[in-house]
Design a protein around this ligand. Structure first.
Ligand code: OXD
Length: 321
């Protein structure tokens, strides 16, 4: 039988309402909030933590930590030697980003298709000259490639199908069951071949050793001329210089960057001023509904922990997600 969780620290920028709900659901657990800068102290005698960032030093100082729940999907920075050498269970919030991030991707796709950034600029100038904007296109009949078909990729696929688009995906094991909405699946080893068949490439890959800078000069070079690229995974899966080069030469028709490398994107990055780039500063997931899903997961996992059952979304430390 597991030792019970008696104290839980929440370090997330979520409204108090969610923490209050958790407290009412678990009156026997002392649930406190901590700012990221005070997390190490708060964790010293805590049994569990729900947070975005948990520095390795904070884990080193924690004397009784049993469970870390990441209030986000990506966990690359949490898989440290200290965590690997401990018995601490790591779970993530994979699954909370389906509707929020897929709607964001569709918004960007439609913005590129309808040339909204250019039209909006004209509106700001009070200029009735939209007819001069060139390059409008329709999504219907186009192909989207999903690099990563977790909850985000699958949700983009069903929405893209509703727009009359074809859907392809690359994944590590193409023999796994094909999710609804994804018409073709290829091994990620054939990424470059797949890139050449797509008008839109949606990257939601987790950051691992194998995916670091997987979108490099050769990958962008393999894309269709004028294809659009969407990064809603991790900035470091992309070689930023190669991305910039592909945008500058027109190889890429547009890039929607919710994540960048580095993050925050430096103020003097040339990407800010490119009219074929949409930058959303890692906000694609941030909806009130996301917090509802994150806290529901935490509640389910606390119940499972108490019942000595397997937790939901336990991270495979070897795979890295
Ligand atoms: C995540 C995020 O969930 O970056 O990983 O929001």
């Amino acid at each position: 039988m597991r030792e019970p969780i008696r104290s839980l620290v929440v370090s997330l920028p979520a409204s108090d309402m969610w923490v209050e709900r958790l407290r009412s659901a678990f009156p026997n657990i002392e649930i406190t909030r901590a700012e990221p800068e005070n997390l190490a102290g708060a964790l010293e005698h805590a049994d569990a933590v729900v947070a975005w960032r948990v520095p390795e030093e904070a884990i080193q100082q924690a004397t009784q930590l049993k469970w870390i729940h990441r209030g986000a999907a990506g966990v690359e920075d949490l898989i440290t030697p200290t965590l690997r050498n401990s018995d601490i269970i790591l779970t993530n919030s994979s699954g909370v980003h389906a509707s929020n991030i897929s709607e964001h991707v569709m918004a960007c796709m439609l913005a590129f298709a309808r040339r909204l950034p250019k039209l909006y600029k004209l509106q700001q100038e009070h200029a009735w000259s939209g007819h001069r904007v060139v390059g409008v296109f329709e999504l219907t009949g186009q192909t989207v490639l999903l690099a990563g078909i977790g909850d985000i990729g699958q949700a983009v696929a069903t929405r893209a199908r509703a727009f009359g688009m074809s859907t392809m995906a690359v994944r590590r094991d193409p023999a796994l069951p094909r999710p609804e909405g994804v018409e073709t699946i290829m091994s990620i080893d054939r990424l470059h071949e797949a890139l050449g068949a797509a008008d839109h490439v949606v990257n939601s890959l987790p950051l691992t050793g194998a995916t670091t800078k997987i979108f490099d000069e050769a990958a962008f070079g393999a894309m269709r001329h004028g294809a659009c690229f969407y990064n809603v995974g991790r900035g470091r899966t992309v070689d930023t210089d190669a991305l910039f080069g592909a945008l500058e030469t027109g190889r890429l028709g547009g890039a929607a960057l919710d994540v960048t490398d580095p993050e925050p994107l430096p103020e003097d990055s040339p990407l800010w001023d490119m009219d074929n780039v949409i930058i959303t500063a890692h906000t694609a997931g941030r909806t009130p509904h996301m917090w509802e899903r994150v806290f529901k997961l935490v509640e389910q996992n606390l119940r499972r922990y108490e019942a000595d059952e397997q937790l939901i979304n336990v991270v495979d430390l070897e795979a890295g997600y």
